[in-house]
Design a protein. Structure first.
Length: 88
């Protein structure tokens, strides 16, 4: 997944989000790739929709993505605080 294809260019409606995504065919059959998303890329419904379409378009081209999702927008500090509280 190149940086250029994974950059978020937000559309005005959920129906058109992701229409700008272009994925190149893998050079050697089926290719496993790791795609990690978190933070601002999962912070809103629009961004989650974009990520879902990005993943789907990779699958349609023959990639076998392994998806890693980290904490959604602005939740990392809350998770750390909850862990600290649990240790007290």
């Amino acid at each position: 997944c190149s940086r250029r294809t994974s950059q978020l260019r937000m559309s005005t409606t959920l129906a058109t989000i992701g229409d700008d995504i272009e994925i190149k065919n893998p050079e050697t059959g089926v290719v496993k790739i790791v795609m990690k998303f978190g933070g601002s890329s999962l912070a809103t419904a629009e961004r989650i929709t974009y990520v879902a379409k990005l993943i789907r378009k990779h699958v349609e081209k023959g990639y076998k993505p392994i998806i890693v999702c980290s904490a959604m927008g602005k939740t990392t500090n809350t998770l750390i605080s909850a862990g600290d509280f649990a240790l007290q």
